[in-house]
Design a protein around this ligand. Structure first.
Ligand code: ADP
Ligand code: MG
Length: 700
C-alpha cells in the first residue's frame, strides 16, 4: 500500500466510516496518517487503577465486573455505569446518553479505557472514557506493544477505537514511505526517520520516542516554510531596482532640522535603509518598532533620500486618520527642506508646499492634484488604499512605504509597487509594523525580507502605571480616572467587539458611552468613535478630542486610535481578557506621550486566575518585545500577526514558532539545500513534499 492510495483500499473500513472520513476531507492514506494533531498531551499514560487520582487523564486496562444502565436527572439523561477492576484497584466508569454502549462493552471482558478521572460526590469516576478491546489491532503490529493510547480529537461518527485501528492499519500497511529529507540533514540534526516518527507519534513505545517524533515532524513543518521563503527571496534577488546614491547633504539637512535627536536605533535603521536603496536590487525591509518608537522619522528620512535623487515616495497607511496624521507630520518635517507633500484618500485631497496646506476640493482641484503627482511635482504622496486606484499614477515612484503592513494584503502592496515598475525596475519597499515581533517569529514569517528593529524609545518617557482591575476595584479605578480628568487630562476607553456580527463595534461602544455618560462621568464631555461613523465625523471627533473639548473618548479596538494626543494620560480597556498582550500594549502606547504620568487600567470581563496571571505581565513590563514573546508562547502567532499572515503558521501541528532553535536550524538547512539545488531538481521527494508552498511562493 502507498501513501497516495485511497482510504477505500484499506482493509477493515465500512462504507459509513469511509463516508465520515471523506466528510473530514480525508481521502488518502497519507491524509489519515498526517491528519491528527496528536500532541503529547493527547496521550494518556497507562497506569494501574490503584494509582488513579482525581484530575488525571489516564488509560487503564481493566475488566468490566458489572454493567448497569439507568435514567438519571429526572429521566432526562440515560446513564451507563461500568464497575471496573484490574486486580489492584477499582473505579466506576460512567457514560451519559450512550445507550448503544452495552453492544460494545460486555461484563466479564477486559478493555482499555482512556479518559479523565473526576471526583464526584459518589466517589472517583472515569467520565465518558473512550474504550477499545485490549487485544484488538495490536496482534497485527510487529514489535513491542505501545503502552500509550492516543486520544484523537473526537470526530462525530467515528469512535476513538475505529480511528486507532485505521491508523494502525495504515502504519503497518504503508510500504512506500520514502523520507523526503536528505540523509545529510537527518544525520546533521539528529532527526528520527520519517517512518519511525509517524509510528512513534501515534503509538510510541516510550514517551521519549514521542518527543523525538514530534521534533522530526516539527522540523519538516518549519523546513517547508523556510524552503518556500528561501525561494521567494531568491526570486526577489533576481529582480532589479533603481539604485539611489546617498543624498548626504539633503538627508543630513533633514536630520538637523528635526526638533529632536534621532535615537541610535533610528539612526541604525535609517542607515540600513539608505544602504538598501543604494543597491540595484529592490529593497524589501521591515521596520519593526513599538508604538512611539519613531518609525515615521525613519520613513521620512528615506523619502528625503529618494527626493534628493529626484524620485517620488508613496506612503500608505491603513486608515484615513493615520494617513492624515502622517501627512501633517511630514508636512512639518519637510517644511524647511522644500518638499511637496500630497494627501490622497477617499475623503481627503490635500497638498502642502511652501508652508501652505491646501485642501483640493471639487473635481477640478482633485484632477489637478493627480496630475501634479503624475508629473512628479509632488515628492511624497501619503494616502490610504485609495492610492492603488488606477487614477493615481507617478512620474518616478522609487520608494513605497507601507505603514502597519499587516493590515494590507500582499496584493494591495503589489498593486502600489506596480505603479513604480518601469523598464523592468521595481521600487524599493519599506514596510513598517508597530507589532513587536519576536525574533523566532520574524524568521519564520518574514525570513525572506530584511529586518530593522527599533527597540529603544525616544528618551524621557515615564513608564505607564498599569493595573489589572478586579470587578470590586472598578470604582477605585474610576476614582483615579476622575482625578486625572479633574487635573485637565483626558482618557481613552477601548471596547472589544461584542460578537463577530458587530464588525463595526457600534454596539459595545454605544453601550459603554451611554453607561459612562449616565452613571460614571456625567459631568464630562464624552465622545465615541466606531466603524459606522462617516470619515468626516470621525475626523471631527478626533479634532474635538485633540483640542481637549472632549475629555473621554470611547472607541473600538478596530479603529486604530492612531493619534498622538499628549494630554491623554489614561487608557482603559474593557474586556481586556479578549485581547492579546501585544495588542493591549498597543493600546497602552496611546498614552504616555506627553510629560505627564500616565495610567492604563485593564478591566477583564472574566477575572479568573489564568486571565489575571496572563494580564499581570502588563503590570510587570512595558517592553513590547517581551510581551510579544509571552503572547507567542501562550496564544500562538495569530494574535501578533493577524489571521491572514499567520495562516500558514496556524496550520502547524507540531512546530512552535516560539522555538528559536528549531526555526534557526531549519533556516540554515533550507539555505544549504537551496544553495546546491535551487530548483530541488536533485531532491524530487522533498520537492513533492513542499509542493504547495512552492506554488504559493511563485504567486507572490
Ligand atoms: P511610531 O513608531 O509609533 O510610528 P512616531 O513616528 O509616530 O512613532 O513617533 C512618536 C512620537 O515620537 C512623535 O511625536 C515623534 O515626533 C516623536 N519622536 C520620534 N523620534 C524621536 C526622537 N528621536 N526623540 C524624541 N521624540 C521623537
Ligand atoms: Mg506610526
Amino acid at each position: 500500500m502507498k501513501l497516495s492510495d485511497p482510504i477505500s483500499s484499506l482493509r477493515g473500513t465500512n462504507s459509513k466510516q469511509r463516508a465520515v472520513l471523506e466528510v473530514m476531507g480525508l481521502t488518502t492514506v497519507r491524509d489519515l496518517i498526517f491528519h491528527f494533531p496528536f500532541r503529547y498531551e493527547d496521550f494518556s499514560v497507562r497506569i494501574p487503577l490503584s494509582q488513579v487520582e482525581a484530575g488525571m487523564e489516564v488509560t487503564v486496562v481493566a475488566k468490566v465486573e458489572r454493567l448497569a444502565s439507568r435514567h438519571a436527572f429526572r429521566r432526562r439523561l440515560s446513564l451507563t455505569e461500568a464497575f471496573l477492576s484490574d486486580g489492584q484497584g477499582t473505579i466506576t466508569a460512567v457514560w451519559f446518553n450512550q445507550p448503544y454502549l452495552s453492544k460494545y462493552v460486555r461484563a466479564g471482558e477486559t478493555y482499555r479505557f482512556a479518559g479523565k478521572a473526576v471526583q464526584t460526590k459518589y466517589g472517583l469516576r472515569l467520565q465518558n472514557p473512550v474504550y477499545g478491546r485490549e487485544s484488538l489491532g495490536e496482534a497485527a503490529m510487529t514489535g513491542p506493544v505501545s503502552p500509550f493510547l492516543p486520544v484523537y480529537p473526537s470526530s462525530a461518527g467515528l469512535t476513538q477505537f475505529v480511528l486507532r485501528k485505521l491508523i494502525r492499519n495504515c502504519l503497518s500497511a504503508v510500504v512506500d514511505l520514502r523520507d523526503h529529507l536528505p540523509e545529510g540533514v537527518i544525520d546533521g540534526y539528529g532527526l528520527m526517520s520519517l517512518s519511525d516518527a509517524l509510528r512513534s507519534v501515534h503509538f510510541p513505545e516510550v514517551i521519549g520516542d514521542q518527543t523525538a517524533a514530534r521534533r522530526r515532524l516539527a522540523f519538516d513543518e518549519l523546513l517547508r516554510i523556510q524552503l518556500a521563503m528561501g525561494r521567494t527571496r531568491r526570486y526577489r534577488e533576481s529582480r532589479r531596482a533603481q539604485a539611489v546614491t546617498f543624498g548626504r547633504e539633503a538627508v543630513l539637512g533633514f536630520v538637523e532640522g528635526l526638533p529632536f535627536k534621532l535615537t541610535d536605533d533610528q539612526r541604525r535603521a535609517a542607515w540600513e535603509v539608505i544602504r538598501d536603496m543604494e543597491k540595484d536590487m529592490p529593497m524589501n525591509r521591515l521596520l519593526d518598532g513599538d508604538v512611539g518608537s519613531g518609525k515615521t522619522a525613519v520613513a521620512a528620512l528615506a523619502a528625503m533620500n529618494a527626493a534628493a535623487a529626484g524620485h517620488q515616495t508613496a506612503i500608505m497607511a491603513p486608515t484615513e486618520i493615520l494617513a492624515l496624521q502622517h501627512y501633517r507630520t511630514l508636512s512639518a518635517m519637510y517644511a524647511a527642506g522644500g518638499l511637496k507633500v500630497a494627501l490622497w484618500t477617499n475623503s481627503y485631497h490635500r497638498s502642502f508646499a511652501d508652508g501652505e496646506d491646501r485642501e483640493r476640493r471639487g473635481k477640478a482641484e482633485s484632477m489637478a492634484l493627480l496630475s501634479e503627482i503624475a508629473s512628479g511635482e509632488v515628492d511624497v504622496v501619503v494616502g490610504t488604499q485609495a492610492l492603488v486606484e488606477p487614477s493615481v499614477s507617478f512620474a518616478s515612484l522609487m520608494l513605497v512605504v507601507v505603514d502597519e503592513q499587516h493590515r494590507f494584503g500582499v496584493r494591495i502592496r503589489q498593486l502600489l509597487c506596480d505603479k513604480g515598475s518601469a523598464d523592468g525596475l521595481e521600487p524599493h519597499l519599506l514596510t513598517m509594523t508597530a507589532t513587536p515581533i519576536p525574533r523566532s517569529l520574524a524568521l519564520a514569517v518574514y525570513g525572506d525580507l530584511d529586518l530593522s528593529v527599533i527597540r529603544e524609545k525616544p528618551g524621557g518617557r515615564q513608564p505607564i502605571k498599569t493595573k489589572v482591575v478586579s470587578p470590586r476595584g472598578r470604582q477605585a479605578a474610576y476614582g483615579a480616572v476622575r482625578r486625572e480628568l479633574e487635573a485637565g487630562r483626558q482618557a481613552f476607553v477601548v471596547c472589544p467587539l461584542i460578537d463577530s456580527s458587530d464588525m463595526l463595534g457600534v454596539t459595545s461602544v454605544t453601550e459603554e458611552h451611554d453607561r459612562l455618560v449616565g452613571e460614571v462621568f456625567p459631568d464630562y464631555e464624552i465622545g465615541q468613535l466606531h466603524g459606522r461613523l462617516p470619515a468626516a465625523e470621525k475626523e471631527e471627533m478626533m479634532r474635538r478630542f485633540r483640542s481637549g473639548e472632549i475629555k473621554v473618548l470611547v472607541a473600538t479596538s478596530v479603529i486604530e486610535v492612531g493619534v498622538d494626543v499628549p494630554n491623554a494620560t489614561v487608557m482603559c480597556v474593557e474586556g481586556a481578557d479578549r485581547f492579546g498582550l501585544a495588542q493591549l500594549h498597543q493600546f497602552r502606547g496611546r498614552v504616555g506621550r506627553g510629560e505627564h504620568q500616565s495610567y492604563c487600567f485593564l478591566f477583564p470581563a472574566n477575572y479568573g486566575t489564568a486571565v489575571r496571571e496572563r494580564l499581570s505581565a502588563m503590570e510587570a513590563t512595558d517592553d513590547g518585545f517581551v510581551l510579544a514573546e509571552k503572547d507567542l508562547a501562550l496564544r500562538g502567532p495569530g494574535d501578533l500577526l493577524g489571521v491572514e499572515q499567520s495562516g500558514q503558521l496556524s496550520e502547524l501541528k507540531f512546530a512552535s514558532v516560539a522555538d528559536m532553535d528549531l526555526v534557526r536550524d531549519t533556516r540554515v538547512a533550507a539555505q544549504s539545500i537551496l544553495e546546491d539545488d535551487p530548483e530541488l531538481d536533485n531532491h524530487p521527494v522533498l520537492r513533492e513534499f513542499i509542493g504547495e508552498s512552492v506554488r504559493e511562493a511563485h504567486l507572490e
